[in-house]
Ligand binder design. Structure first.
Ligand code: CA
Length: 228
């Protein structure tokens, strides 16, 4: 018996989809718990402390968007992977803005879902770098996974933290959106690069005027060396 890789919580109202997700995640060594609606899902996060949540957006009662909002409002940073329909783009972007870490689009391949769960857990485990980055008024500690602006803590989601840590570790280097998608998100294939813009604007909103992130027109993003 290999030890469990941790418990994944599935929140999905369509039983056959939940069963398929359960099958593939269990085969990869994850423990799996499933709930059929958002309220029961939130309660299960509190009770079971899963390593990740696979969250359908279209749920009866409390939907996936409200689930994300309430989870993050409670300062719970458990990684969340949204399961969305193709025509739910606006909801998908809103979900990411509310702190979801990644998404798959229905109809999805169960293998892709498993790959996304593993990638989000790798990112949650964080980069191997141990040095503390100080940039202007910001201080980022990769080991403790904390960010401070002037000595005030800034709460970031797993993905926001990893994106910021990636940029801060390489000041002056300009990253294209596709590069960030592959290096921070672990995508090998093309994904919607607007996802990167969503996270950058979230980071800027949270960091305020202490944000060192610079837009390089037509290319992507970089951290200003001058702010070091
Ligand atoms: Ca649904």
């Amino acid at each position: 018996m290999t030890p469990s890789k941790g418990l994944v919580l599935i929140v999905e109202d369509e039983r056959h989809i939940a069963d398929l997700q359960r099958l593939y995640l269990a085969r990869e060594g994850f423990g799996v718990h499933a709930e059929g609606d958002g309220a029961a899902g939130l309660e299960a996060v509190r009770r079971l402390r899963p390593v990740a949540v696979v969250l359908d957006i279209g749920l009866p009662g409390l939907d996936g968007i409200e689930f994300c909002r309430r989870l993050r409002a409670a300062e719970d940073w458990t990684p969340v992977i949204l399961v969305t329909a193709r025509d739910e783009e606006a909801d998908r972007i809103l979900g990411l803005e509310l702190g979801a870490d990644d998404y798959v689009t229905k109809p999805f391949s169960p293998r892709e879902l498993v790959a996304r769960v593993k990638a989000v857990l790798r990112r949650a485990a964080g980069p191997q770098a141990t040095g503390v980055h100080r940039i202007g008024r910001l201080r980022l500690d990769p080991l403790r996974r904390t960010v401070h602006r002037d000595s005030e803590p800034v709460e970031l989601t797993t993905t926001e933290f990893n994106l910021l840590a990636h940029l801060l570790a390489r000041p002056g280097q300009v990253f294209g959106r596709d590069q960030l998608l592959s290096q921070v998100w672990g995508y090998a294939d093309y994904r919607d690069s607007r996802v990167v813009d969503v996270y950058i604007s979230q980071l800027r909103a949270k960091l305020g005027d202490a944000s060192p992130i610079r837009t390089v027109r037509g290319v992507g993003y970089s951290v200003q060396e001058s702010s070091l």
